[in-house]
Structures are given as structure tokens and as C-alpha cells.
Design a protein around this ligand. Structure first.
Ligand code: THU
Length: 128
């Protein structure tokens, strides 16, 4: 299976999800152009709007490590096959990826569909 290592990294991150309010654990893992993998989970808060998404956690880890170029990203949710990044995360991904960057969507066993970031967020706002 292509990008199996991303699925494993995302599922491992998802296992640490802090989502006691939605009970909807999510994991994300991205590979940078340099070949490194950064993963993240969703982290909720008792003040509900203060929580954030798995993709945002993965991006935060990437940027903190000094990297800014996403080559591909994978998202997986425990309770929904084919879960896609939310609108806010699509915009955050646009900051560090390209319209043709692959976004892998998953069932419980691995990747079941790959779309491009441009498919998910056409005509996006950026400063280019
Ligand atoms: N969530 C993500 O982590 N990524 C998405 O792309 C969609 C939603 C999280 C946010 C919240 O913790 C939970 O899923 C339910 O919305």
C-alpha cells in the first residue's frame, strides 16, 4: 500500500487524541519534501471552540521542526471512513502545500482514496 508509513504514523497519533467531548479521534500525518514525517491528533478543550484539529497539530510539529513544504498528507478518523480535512485546515494546508499536493483519505485499514488539495479548496486565498 502506498504511503503505509503515513497511515501508521497517523493512527499512532490518533491513539493519543484528546477528544472527550466529541468522542471523535482523528489522526493526521504529513511527509515533507525532505522526506520527514510529522503527525498529530485532535486536541479538544472544555471550552469547546479552543480545541483544534489533527491536521493543525501535524502542521505545528512540522513548522516547529523548521520545515515548511508538505509533499503529501494523510487523514484518518476512528469513526468515519473517508474523513476529509475541515475548511480551516484546508486553508492551513494551502499555506504549506500546492494545489496538486496529494491528500490521502482512509478507511480503517489504510488509504482508500487520494484527492488533491486543489480539489478540496479550489480558488484558495494566498499571497502568491
Ligand atoms: N477534526 C479534526 O481533527 N480534523 C478534521 O479535519 C475534522 C475535525 C476534529 C475536531 C474535533 O476535535 C473532532 O474532530 C470533531 O469535530
Amino acid at each position: 500500500m502506498m504511503a503505509d508509513d503515513l497511515f501508521i504514523a497517523a493512527r499512532n497519533a490518533m491513539a493519543n487524541s484528546h477528544s472527550p467531548y466529541s468522542n471523535f479521534p482523528v489522526g493526521a500525518a504529513l511527509r515533507t519534501k525532505s522526506g520527514k514525517i510529522y503527525a498529530g491528533c485532535n486536541i479538544e478543550n472544555a471550552s469547546y471552540p479552543e480545541g483544534w484539529c489533527a491536521e493543525t497539530s501535524a502542521i505545528a510539529h512540522m513548522v516547529t521542526a523548521g520545515e515548511k513544504e508538505i509533499a503529501e498528507i494523510l487523514v484518518t478518523a476512528l469513526k468515519k471512513d473517508g474523513a476529509t480535512p475541515c475548511g480551516g485546515c484546508r486553508q492551513r494546508l494551502v499555506e504549506f502545500a500546492k494545489p496538486d499536493t496529494p491528500v490521502h483519505l482512509c478507511d480503517q485499514n489504510g488509504i482508500n482514496k487520494t484527492v488533491s488539495l486543489g480539489d478540496l479548496l479550489p480558488a484558495s486565498f494566498d499571497l502568491d
